[in-house]
Design a binder for this molecule. Structure first.
Ligand code: NAP
Length: 298
């Protein structure tokens, strides 16, 4: 397949490129730094520096849309919120315009979203049928998904990737968390009761490959392992796998003071289950946190 990937230089994108190249696909990555694409995504990957390069005669069989400014660890000022929205919603809208103009329409659009769609929901078990939350990340995801679903008007199958916390050692939250743990300064966040719905990067890539080729699958999919844990449990398992103590606590008040509204991403959570993936018979190679972390940290 000829596949266009936005955000292909990011954490998920790099893993995905490796797997897709391994399957023999022809990849193009849209990046604001097109010169970095070969080095980050693979020498065989074509670079696209602007979506305007997708002229109506250019053929893509599938599009994977992952681009988005980092949302964690930044203060959500009004101008930052606009940047976060534009880099996802406006970019997806532009992508759909290119799809509308294309002489050969892609068969499928896999478009990013996040479990933040559900908002902070305490211990409530959530599936794809659960309603959206009302906070900033939830509204961002709702609008991002709606923007992608517009591609259905052109006969494109659209799947929405409601992504959980990706576990990988080469980027993302786990890589940042692991460093203080390795130095013996493992910390729990706030009261530690907030739920973390995680997924090993291996399983995430496998789910994306399934969505790409299974023509029966469309709509929203929770991209998580079926075993969410509390932050307290996550901290304890990570400490045990790394053979380090985790006795410290970052008080919620300190996180709120330094991060403002965005501290909610660390202090609130949701118990998300991949109901539709399990119903489709998709195997999860790392269903437990301990197994996933042991695999990642060798
Ligand atoms: N990692 C997670 O745990 C997680 C969880 C839930 C949801 N997600 C979502 O899944 C998507 C991919 O995640 P990731 O971890 O791979 O993210 P990442 O490592 O931060 O990569 C995102 C990519 O988006 C591109 N990008 C950033 N700002 C952009 C802008 N203003 N315009 C166009 N492109 C821009 C960047 O590519 P260039 O710099 O090459 O242009 C970057 O490589 C993101 O949208 C993220 O919000 C991730």
């Amino acid at each position: 397949m000829r596949i266009l990937i936005t955000g292909g230089t990011g954490l998920i994108g790099r893993h995905l490129c490796k797997a897709l190249l391994g399957e023999g696909h022809d990849l193009t990555v849209y990046s604001r730094s097109p010169r970095s694409v070969a080095e980050r995504c693979g020498a065989a990957v074509h670079a696209m520096g602007a979506l305007a390069e997708w002229t109506p005669d250019v053929v893509f069989d599938a599009v994977i849309n992952l681009a988005g400014e980092p949302i964690v660890d930044t203060r959500w000022t009004e101008s930052r919120k606009q940047v976060l929205r534009d880099s996802r919603i406006a970019l997806t809208g532009e992508l759909v315009q290119r799809i509308a103009a294309a002489e050969h329409k892609p068969a499928v659009l896999l478009s990013g979203s996040a479990i933040g769609y559900y908002g902070g929901r305490g211990d409530e078990e959530l599936s794809e049928d659960s309603g959206a939350g009302a906070d900033f990340p939830a509204r961002l995801c709702v609008d991002w998904e709606e923007s992608a679903l517009a591609a259905e008007r052109y006969g494109v199958r659209v799947c929405l990737l409601r992504t959980g916390l990706i576990l990988s050692t080469d980027g993302g939250l786990l890589a940042r968390m692991a460093l203080p743990f390795k130095m013996g300064m493992g910390t729990r966040l706030g009261d530690g009761r907030q739920l973390m719905s995680w997924i090993h990067i291996y399983d995430y890539v496998a789910l994306v490959l399934r969505l790409l080729r299974d023509e029966q699958m469309r709509g929203a999919y929770n991209m998580t392992a079926p075993a969410p844990v509390t932050n307290k449990e996550f901290t304890a398992v990570l400490a045990a796998v790394l053979h380090r103590p985790a006795a410290l606590v970052v008080p919620a008040s300190l996180l709120k003071l330094s991060l403002g509204e965005s501290a909610s991403l660390l202090l609130e959570g949701q118990r998300v289950m991949p109901k539709r993936m399990l119903a489709a018979g998709q195997a999860i190679r790392f269903p437990t946190l301990e197994g996933a972390l042991k695999d990642l940290f060798g």
